[in-house]
Design a protein around this ligand. Structure first.
Ligand code: ADP
Ligand code: ADP
Length: 219
C-alpha cells in the first residue's frame, strides 16, 4: 500500500533529509515511525501525501508513483489519506462539529449527511459530548482527538499522524494512541511518527530513522 524504494530527499545541497530509504507497508498494518527530532520523519510522511517529492528513488502509494503524480491527481491521492500534521490546526472560529464536518463539506457532501458522519466520527474518539464546544475550550489532547476525527471522517484507507502525542501528558497521549488503534482495528492502515520511545507499542512494527537513514525496520 505504501512503498519507498531507495528514496532520498535533499532540500538543498547540504540538507539531506532522507538518505536511501526503502521499506513497504501492507494494507491494514499499524507502523510506528521512530527517531529523534530532525531524523526525517515529517519529510517521509509529507512524501506519502505528495506535499514533498523525492529527489531520487520512488514513493508508491496505492499503486501511484508520487514522483510522477500530476497536480490534478493530488486531491484524488489525498482522498484516501487521513492526515494529522502538526501545522494543521483546528479552525478556532467554529465549533468542534464544524471543524470535523469541513472535509465533507469541501468534497460536496450535503450538510445533513456531513453532520451525521461528523457526529459518528466524534463519537469514535470519545468527544461527541463536546460537539458544540469551541476548539480553544478543549485540552491539547482533546484537540488532537478532534484532529483525528477530522482526518477519518472521509473514511480514508490510510492514516498518517505526525507526532500526534507531542506536548501531551501520558494519559492524554494514551487516549490519542487508543483512538488511532481503534481505527487500525477497523481496517485502516496507520503510520504514526514519534520521537517519544514511551509511546511505541512493543507489539507493533517500528521503522526507525536517524539522520535520514533507516536504522531498523522489519521490511
Ligand atoms: P523530523 O520530523 O524527524 O523532526 P524533518 O523531516 O522535519 O525531521 O527534518 C529532517 C531534516 O530536514 C532536518 O535537518 C530539517 O532541518 C530538514 N528540513 C525539513 N524541512 C525542510 C525544508 N523545508 N527546507 C530545508 N530543510 C528542511
Ligand atoms: P457512519 O456510517 O454514520 O459514518 P460509522 O460508525 O460507520 O458511522 O463510522 C463513524 C465514523 O468513523 C465515520 O464517519 C467514518 O469516517 C469513521 N470510520 C469508521 N470506520 C472507518 C474505517 N474503516 N475507515 C475509515 N473511517 C472509518
Amino acid at each position: 500500500m505504501i512503498e519507498f524504494q531507495s528514496v532520498s530527499k535533499k532540500y538543498s545541497a547540504d540538507a539531506l533529509a532522507l538518505n536511501d530509504v526503502s521499506f513497504s507497508i501492507a494494507k491494514g498494518e499499524l507502523v510506528y515511525l521512530a527517531g529523534p527530532s530532525g531524523a526525517g520523519k515529517s519529510t517521509l510522511l509529507k512524501m506519502i501525501a505528495a506535499v514533498e517529492r523525492p529527489t531520487s528513488g520512488r514513493v508508491v502509494v496505492n499503486g501511484q508513483d508520487i514522483g510522477k503524480l500530476k497536480k490534478a491527481g493530488v486531491p484524488f491521492l489525498r482522498r484516501n489519506l487521513g492526515v494529522i500534521f502538526q501545522q494543521q490546526r483546528l479552525l478556532n472560529d467554529r465549533h468542534i462539529l464544524g471543524n470535523v464536518m469541513l472535509p465533507l463539506i469541501v468534497t460536496g457532501a450535503a450538510k445533513g449527511e456531513a453532520e451525521q458522519r461528523a457526529r459518528a466520527a466524534l463519537d469514535k474518539v470519545g468527544l461527541l459530548d463536546r460537539a458544540k464546544a469551541m476548539p480553544l475550550e478543549l485540552s491539547g489532547g482533546e484537540q488532537q482527538r478532534v484532529a483525528i476525527a477530522r482526518a477519518i471522517v472521509n473514511r480514508p484507507q490510510i492514516i498518517l499522524a505526525d507526532e500526534p502525542t507531542a506536548n501531551l501528558d501520558r494519559a492524554a497521549a494514551d487516549r490519542v494512541i487508543d483512538a488511532l488503534h481503534a481505527f487500525h482495528s477497523a481496517g485502516v492502515t496507520c503510520l504514526i511518527s514519534s520521537h517519544d520511545e514511551q509511546i511505541l507499542d512493543a507489539a507493533a512494527r517500528v521503522i526507525r530513522l536517524e539522520h535520514g537513514q533507516l536504522v531498523e525496520a522489519t521490511v
